[in-house]
Design a protein around this ligand. Sequence first.
Ligand code: NAP
Length: 303
Amino acid sequence: MSAKIISGKEIAAQIRDELKKDVAELKDKHGVVPGLVTILVGQNPASISYVTGKQKTAHELGFHSIQDDQPEDISEDALLDLIEKYNKDPKIHGILVQLPLPKHIDEKKVLNAIDPDKDVDGFHPVNVGRLMIGGDEVKFLPCTPAGIQELIVRSGYETSGAEVVVVGRSNIVGKPIANIMLQKGAGANATVTVVHTRTKDLEAHCKRADILIVAAGVPQLVKPEWIKPGSCVIDVGVNRVGEKISEKTGKKIAILKGDVDFDAAKEIAGAITPVPGGVGPMTITMLMKNTVKSARIAAGEGS
Ligand code: NAP
């Protein structure tokens, strides 16, 4: 039987509808409009496209949104001053600095300068620490891992007691999703294994997984025979494997493949995310969710 396809597009649209209601409620109850600034340094085409996508979504949701474009040669001090300006601005609840930054700027220093209470990307060491501690300490979950959790929960998979295997241990996907699944609480309570390039028998670990989350960046790394029948497979990988002409625009576009052999895996798994259209659409949506959360906290609701 063919697996249920978990549509990130549909689930992201559902969450955006919920966020629109939250935004209206915040405005009615507190006169607060969630504010998001995206800071773009230079003119990297991929970065422009990411920032434009984020701003477009923020506008659609009725946010106060600012795109702050800075020249490639901005000094590190000037960028730090700019962040400090937004740290102090009560209308701004979320600050996002689009990466990569030019080589003369220390990325770590810049990201660490963002007020942790406005760090809607969830990468500030304070927020990483909060996630590690868990419970009420958690403020902002990093967006891609948070999106993965929503995909699993909203497609009806039970995480409590489940064997979750995470392929990859990066700071942006593997480690945080492992931590999220390990939390004591709803949508978590899993038994988590993290595997990586030094793991002895990748296949054996994957085969045990009730929920398999793959974030390796290796096209079709996970073979169909590694998948437990009926399991939930979340393919985070986005690999450019060639180019094709878009039927819509007639322009050249990248052919994208995930880290899982999708066509074969969908005949074994119970549910699987496609690439594209699975995890990808969730990331921006979770950034918006974090910004609404930050605005709510600023309005005196929750912590
Ligand atoms: P990364 O920093 O390169 O980390 C990859 C991880 O996978 C590493 O921990 C690495 O192990 C492990 N790995 C690589 N090859 C492996 C193999 N053959 N066997 C076992 N483990 C292996 O990558 P990332 O930033 O986490 O991203 C992973 C993928 O997700 C990429 O394709 C990226 O484009 C995609 N991604 C998608 C989104 C989205 O929104 N859809 C967001 C972020 C990332 P070692 O630590 O041992 O080297």
